[in-house]
Design a protein around this ligand. Structure first.
Ligand code: GLN
Length: 471
């Protein structure tokens, strides 16, 4: 059931917010031991809020699952890390949560994720891997794997995730749900535990494009507590969403359809493009020539920012603290050594290296320059097209455990999603079919729609058309 349908049922009296939450709890007990999407949930607090729900509000009484790196007052916020599993409870609401609650929603459930959002499979969670509801031997994707899997498993009606290099769109694609990364600055990052601050955005994972618009409407907007928040009015994202794609120019970047894409992914995406064409869209071949540098650029900038952001986890201020240190330096060392997992350590070391004196210009400054070239590619493309269409990932969901000793393989799986973060533009993943892959009969495939800066309305309209041609 979508949020929109659930809301109608609340209004008609067919069900109530309390009943909807009890249904979720029953679904979690039945299915989540296998899927492992939830880190925790607080049924009593949610039921209390449900009892007081104001159904006249846009999200009145609707439960929304929250990735475990977004602070919700009074709840744990583990970030999938041993550092925060014990001894940390949020003492404030992230702005996105405050806005959801103001719109009537009920945050319910803390969703599993790769540690500090570093990963593409939720296998870097210190707590548990999340399994794909379509095939439990497969990854759910990541880092918002718990959010995506729960929405697909119908143990959540909708969820919030965060996307630094693809972490909303990639798991959405692997789990067959909708995942939207807003324009950088459209949704406040205040209260999102920072990974790479110039790339991070919060966004929705849902079972329909309408639901994604509904949640974006609630969480978007200026926030003085986030200095990168955009101070531009929020349009009505549902207005015009059904207007279709007739007359729209859709760019197909040659670089996103090259070698290495699984045939079933390519076929599904191409079929969806043909259907959009049959609905009146004009399909225009384009080039984004710096695409091949996106992954390398990201893996300089993101670890650099992460190494700085994660210095706050020192064993003094938050969570894990070494019990028997020799002195203060040893306290830092031991707390970080025991608190962080291998991927987080790898990123901190990489980031510290690229920022160190003597290497800063060779790596960090150069990466920032390439980032400008990638951004310019998009600017130029959007002079002739309204939006860009591509696959989300080169392959459907791989098997759990098949990539953990080769992080490079996982880094490469972000090849189509990372450029949107580097240039700050919005992008959405919409299910477009299924394909046989590596012994599985039918794994979900997503199509990605990238739009110009603040072009969420156009993007949602195309996404809605893509969703309609599929069903
Ligand atoms: N997979 C990418 C990484 O590990 C992106 C993660 C994300 O978007 N949070 O950095």
């Amino acid at each position: 059931m979508t949020l929109t349908q659930l809301r109608q049922q609340f209004i008609s009296g067919e069900t109530t917010p309390s009943k909807a939450i009890e249904d979720l709890a029953a679904g979690i007990s039945a299915r989540d031991p296998q899927t492992q999407a939830y880190v925790s949930y607080d049924l009593d607090t949610a039921l209390e809020a449900a009892g007081k729900a104001d159904l006249s509000k846009p999200l009145g009484g609707l439960p929304i699952a929250i990735k475990d790196n977004i602070n919700v007052f009074g709840q744990p916020c583990t970030c999938g890390s041993n550092f925060l599993v014990k001894g940390y409870t949020s003492n404030y609401n992230a702005t996105a949560i405050k806005k959801l609650v103001d719109a009537g929603a009920i945050p319910f459930g803390r969703m599993n994720m790769d540690e500090f959002a570093m990963g593409s499979a939720t296998e870097n969670s210190a707590l548990q891997p999340t399994r794909n509801p379509h095939d439990p031997t497969r990854i759910a994707g990541g880092s918002s794997g718990g959010s995506a899997a729960a929405v697909a498993d119908l143990t959540a009606y909708a969820a919030l995730g965060s996307d630094t290099g693809g972490s909303i769109r990639q798991p959405a694609s692997h789990c067959g749900v909708v995942g939207l990364k807003p324009t950088y600055g459209r949704v406040s990052r205040f209260g999102l535990v920072a990974f790479a601050s110039s790339l991070d955005q919060i966004g929705p994972l849902t079972n329909s494009v309408d639901d994604a618009a509904l949640i974006l409407q609630a969480i978007a907007g200026h926030d003085p507590q986030d200095t990168t928040s955009l101070n531009t009015p929020v349009p009505d994202y549902s207005a015009g969403i059904n207007d279709g794609v007739a007359g729209m120019k859709l760019g197909i970047p040659a670089e996103y359809f090259g070698e290495g894409i699984h045939q079933g992914v390519r076929e599904n995406v191409e079929k969806c493009i043909k259907l959009l064409e049959s609905k009146g869209a004009e399909i225009i071949p384009i080039s984004l020539p710096h695409t091949s540098h996106a992954v390398a650029t990201y893996y300089v900038i993101a670890p650099a920012e992460a190494s700085s952001n994660l210095s706050r986890f020192d064993g003094i201020r938050y969570g894990n603290r070494a019990t028997n240190p020799d002195d203060i330096i040893d306290l830092y060392h031991q707390s970080r050594e025991l608190g962080f997992g291998p991927e987080v350590k790898r990123r901190i070391i990489l980031g510290t290296y690229v920022l160190s004196s003597g290497y800063y210009d060779a790596y960090y400054t150069r990466a920032q320059k390439v980032r400008q070239l990638i951004t310019r590619d998009f600017k130029q493309a959007f002079e002739t097209v309204d939006a860009i269409i591509s696959p989300v990932t080169p392959t459907p969901a791989r098997r759990i455990g098949t990539c953990t000793d080769d992080p490079l393989q996982d880094y490469l799986s972000d090849i189509f999603t990372i450029a949107a973060n580097l240039s700050g533009i919005p992008a959405i993943s919409v299910p477009c079919g299924t394909t046989a892959f590596d012994g599985a009969d039918a794994l979900p495939v997503g199509i990605q729609i990238l739009a110009p800066h603040l072009g969420e309305q156009t993007m949602l309209r195309i996404a809605k058309a893509a969703e309609a041609v599929r069903s």
